[in-house]
Design a protein around this ligand. Structure first.
Ligand SMILES: [Zn+2]
Length: 236
């Protein structure tokens, strides 16, 4: 929810409630949020939105029928982006999700590769995990996208069935086996004949998106595209 503050009161509000850049901790300007312009421009953009056959699409080749796929930034260890992602997932910084989503929304608006999308689906998180975290980070990213790009978010059509273990140290095959039956489409009528954009925070092996995407593609007349805030270029 946004609180409306008249423009003439904003300098006063800024003085009373100063906010700082998540990257360099300098005081943010009124028009800035989360990151200062310098830190924002330092984030490694992939430029994949306009590129057909980009490395994100290659991950899913022969595994999942996607119309288009892209991620906004490269994910690297010990980077500002990693800090944002970890803050989003583990340090209760939900605004990082909306901020990343809005950046994606602007990118999606500019390219013509995603124009036929009808709706946005955040990758579901297991309810227990969502309860512990307080939110689903993919949902926040989807909200940021929708705020800029004006495409509707479809909720609760797809659910996550199991509480999967943390998969960080598992290889691609065991991750894939773990993902079997994890997602179910429970309200297919909401998705019928729609081109769905499935959204997640980070793409690594793609196993989770693949499992969820395959369920979505079983709905009558459905087509699928993928978008993530970040992409881990080195495959484990
Ligand atoms: Zn900064």
């Amino acid at each position: 929810m946004k609180t409306y503050v008249p423009a003439f009161l904003q300098p006063l509000l800024h003085l009373l409630y100063p906010h700082y850049c998540e990257g360099c901790h300098t005081d943010l300007l009124i028009r800035e949020s989360l990151l200062c312009s310098r830190c924002e421009f330092s984030l490694p953009a992939t430029g994949y939105w306009d590129i057909s056959g980009n490395p994100v699409e290659k991950i899913f080749r022969a595994r999942l029928l996607v119309q288009a796929a892209a991620a906004d930034y490269f994910f690297t260890q010990d980077s500002l982006l990693q800090h944002l992602m970890q803050s989003l997932k583990y340090k209760n910084l939900p605004e990082a999700g909306r901020w990343l989503g809005k950046k994606m929304g602007y990118a999606l608006q500019k390219t013509d590769r995603f124009t036929s999308i009808d709706c946005i689906i955040p990758l579901p998180l297991h309810p227990k995990k969502e309860f512990i975290r307080g939110y689903n980070q993919a949902q926040l990213i989807a909200e940021g996208i929708s705020e800029v790009w004006q495409k509707p978010i479809i909720q609760n059509a797809v659910i996550r069935n199991q509480f999967t273990r943390t998969q960080t140290h598992e290889n691609r095959n065991s991750r894939w086996n773990n993902m079997q039956g994890v997602f179910s489409v429970v309200q297919p009528v909401k998705l019928e004949h729609k081109h769905c954009l499935l959204v997640d925070d980070v793409i690594t092996t793609g196993a989770t998106l693949e499992a969820c995407g395959n369920e979505i593609l079983m709905v009558k007349g459905c087509s699928l595209s993928l978008a993530a805030a970040a992409y881990t270029a080195i495959q484990p």
